[in-house]
Design a protein around this ligand. Structure first.
Ligand SMILES: Cc1cc2nc3c(=O)[nH]c(=O)nc-3n(C[C@H](O)[C@H](O)[C@H](O)COP(=O)(O)OP(=O)(O)OC[C@H]3O[C@@H](n4cnc5c(N)ncnc54)[C@H](O)[C@@H]3O)c2cc1C
Length: 446
């Protein structure tokens, strides 16, 4: 919440935590903003004056990273303001990931935002690998010591988090423009932005760059500070959402000589499916009939195995490039990068959202210590702790991608190697355990 006061670290905004004062400040701010918009043209010069406000943590981006961070900070009594470039409706409908690791689901549940996930999400205790037309189930629960994944759309997680923040009186500003960060190499960073036609400057103690791959935070770091490690895969994923009941109780990852296919779901009546396509593929080359025909071919089972793929109207379709990228370090001065702003993983491992949540869990814990008594040790270790998990996840996602996809120029020898690896993963308890513990997610350690 905005606070006009500036005290020592850990005390800032203390007044605004008193509920009545917070409400008063919010009402005053909204009134001032309305007045500025209603001003006649002759007073426009004054209207362009920059409004000042302050908070403890300025969070750029209302995706899973930014919203989870704001939620965790609120629970620790730390104020934040979330600035989002898109509308609330847009972020609540944006179709992306849908697999929650065991620890992600537990964190949402344990912090009071898991009720709808528990009611509507689908717990999967296994996952299927299909190759040469035969399906092999990996017992995630049995091999990981009791963990599972929850299938629950990213947009639903985002909806739940936005509702929780707003219900708690939190500040999430949508449709902000011209966001820029300043002074992150000092102990008094500022974020400038325009909201509802009013220019604002938000003073803060820390900036959290949770603004995804195309955000403004990473480019705000001076040249030469960050190092990027990148792997661009020579294919993309065509993803569809279809009004059709899932044809399997658990996900199916299919290796086929025509390319990878994934059968997933979002609800008992909605199927989510993906096809490996060319990296520069265009959606209009993929009419419904071609999509279904290719899915039927790549997901087909051996004559000895009964399985039918249910079809239905395609509700959404998109093409996502397959890339892996890591930025090191994930911090510069008082700017902390989290989620897709710091790393991208190919979607094969279903890790992007989970990694974003894991980052901000570390960041929230570090900020809690910082604001409690000025202890900066965990914050100083933020990048190192996160990167350990980030690289584990990069490796797992690369391994799954390499095992499941066809690469241009692959010969029969390469394909035999893939089949041998798949055979090993599905026959060997040791190899299957490796897949299971990575898929459900390694424990979140600080
Ligand atoms: C197109 C796409 C499709 C994906 N599909 C899948 C999938 O099928 N399966 C899977 O497992 N994973 C998928 N992912 C990965 C997963 O969704 C991401 O890893 C996850 O969204 C990361 O969360 P985040 O909060 O870090 O970033 P984001 O969710 O990208 O959130 C960043 C937020 O910052 C906002 N923002 C950007 N710039 C600014 C600015 N200047 N000022 C203010 N706000 C700003 C954005 O509007 C956005 O709301 C996909 C990712 C993308 C980009």
């Amino acid at each position: 919440m905005y606070s006009p006061t500036a005290g020592p670290p850990g005390r800032r905004g203390a007044h605004a935590r008193v509920p009545w004062r917070r409400a008063l400040l919010r009402a005053r701010f909204a009134k001032r903003a309305r007045r500025r918009l209603d001003r006649p043209p002759e007073r426009k010069a004054r209207a362009t004056r920059v409004a000042s406000m302050r908070t403890q943590v300025a969070i750029i981006g209302a995706g899973p990273a930014g919203l989870t961070l704001s939620h965790l900070l609120h629970r620790a009594g730390i104020e934040s303001v979330v600035l989002e470039a898109r509308s609330r409706d847009h972020v609540e409908r944006r179709l992306r990931a849908g697999v929650l690791e065991h620890h992600t689901a537990a964190l949402l549940r344990d912090t009071g935002v898991g009720d709808r996930m528990d009611r509507e999400g689908m717990v999967h205790r296994g996952v299927n690998l299909r190759f040469e037309g035969r399906t092999h189930r990996i017992d995630l629960e049995g091999l990981s010591g009791g963990a599972a994944i929850t299938v629950y759309g990213q947009q639903e997680v985002v909806k739940d988090l936005i509702a929780a923040r707003l219900d708690a009186g939190g500040t999430v500003l949508f449709d902000v423009d011209d966001v820029s960060v300043h002074g992150v190499d000092t102990d008094a960073p500022r974020v400038r932005f325009t909201h509802e036609g009013v220019k604002n400057e938000l003073a803060c103690d820390v900036v959290a760059g949770c603004d995804g791959y195309h955000g403004v935070c990473r480019p705000a770091v001076p040249d030469g500070v960050l190092r990027s490690f990148e792997r661009v895969y020579p294919f993309a994923w065509l993803g569809i959402l279809a009004q059709a009941p899932p044809s399997s109780e658990e996900l199916i990852y299919a290796n086929h000589e025509r390319g990878f296919a994934l059968h997933s779901m979002r609800s008992p009546s909605i199927t989510r499916m993906y096809l490996q396509v060319e990296p520069d593929e265009e959606l209009d080359r993929w009419p419904d009939e071609r999509i279904w025909s290719e899915l039927q071919t790549r997901l087909a089972t051996h004559p000895g195995e009964e399985w039918t793929l249910a079809e239905g109207p395609i509700l959404e379709r998109s093409i996502t490039p397959m890339r892996g990228e890591v930025i090191e370090p994930m911090q510069y001065g008082r700017l902390y990068l989290a989620g897709d702003a710091a790393h991208i993983v190919p979607a094969t491992g279903a890790k992007g959202l989970n990694l974003a949540v894991a980052d901000v869990r570390v960041l929230a814990a570090g900020l809690q210590r910082f604001f409690a008594d000025g202890d900066t040790r965990l914050l100083a270790d933020y990048s190192r702790i996160c990167l350990q998990r980030v690289w584990r996840v990069q490796h797992f996602s690369w391994w799954m991608t390499t095992m499941m996809h066809r690469f241009a120029g692959d010969d029969a020898y390469s394909h035999r190697l893939q089949l041998s690896q798949l055979d090993y993963v599905t026959r060997s308890t040791a190899a299957a355990t490796t897949l299971a513990e990575n898929y459900v997610g390694m424990p979140l350690t600080l």
